[in-house]
Each structure stands twice: as C-alpha cells, then as structure tokens.
Design a protein. Structure first.
Length: 141
C-alpha cells in the first residue's frame, strides 16, 4: 500500500547549502533502496517535504526525520493512502524556490511568503505539483 506524507519543520541555524547537499545526497542514496520518492523544499529557514512509498518504509523514515537534530518543530501536515505517486520521478527532488512566482504562493496561501505551518496538506501538495509542472524541481535522481 502506498502512502503520501507531508511535513514541515524549522531548520536549525547551522543548516547551510553544504548541509542541504549532504541531506539530498543521503536521501538519493537511501530512498531508492526503500522505494521512497518525493520532493524537499528548503526556504526561509523551513523544510517542507513530501514522501511517497510503502507505508512501513515511509513511517520508518519519518520516525528518523522527527529526531534529526538539523531541525525543530517537526509538524505532520498530511498523511494519506494513495493509489499512485505524484512525485515518482524523484528519489528526492529539490524545489528551487528562487523560481517560485509569489503569485503562485498567493494561490494557496494568505500571503505571498511561504509559511508551511499555515498551509493545508492539499494546498501544499498542489503547490509542489505546480513546482513540478513549472520545472522548479531540480536535481531529480
């Protein structure tokens, strides 16, 4: 059974571009072995991630994420059983927030700035889908 999990968190101050590269490298090595796909966004000190895969694999990964010291305030935004993956092409894609049009944020949010704690899981999923559609997801596999 496939599931989709969406969470957000606040990065600790020590997270920089080098640390993001390490996170993505680990995900791209680990995730294919466990059938996990998804997208990671890091912007304005927030992590937002969509994970898709088997229930057991996604749950195990999320348990590790929750205790990872590189972030705090980990909040589950959504968890659902799915019939198919929306982000199957990425062992872990990275959202390029520099390419994000502020009008797109206004489509799903109260403000033109990203506050994942204020978005619903369906809105966050739709935002990620639009990022995929506009080629704002990079470093896919």
């Amino acid at each position: 059974m496939l599931v989709r999990l969406i969470y957000c968190s606040r990065a600790v101050p020590a997270v920089d571009a080098e640390e993001m590269h390490a996170i993505l490298k680990t995900a791209r090595t680990h995730n294919p072995k466990h059938g996990i796909t998804g997208v990671l966004c890091f912007s304005d000190g927030f992590f937002i991630q969509v994970l898709e895969g088997g229930r057991v694999a996604v749950n195990r990964l999320y348990q590790k994420i929750v205790v990872d010291g590189r972030h705090a305030d980990v909040t589950l935004l959504g968890y659902e059983e799915i019939g198919e993956r929306r982000f199957a092409g990425w062992s872990m894609g990275q959202a390029n927030m520099a390419r994000l049009n502020p009008a797109l944020l206004l489509k799903y949010s109260e403000k033109a700035s990203l506050d994942p704690y204020a978005l619903s899981a369906p809105a966050m999923t739709a935002l990620f889908e639009e990022l995929v559609a506009t080629a704002a997801i990079m470093c896919g596999t």
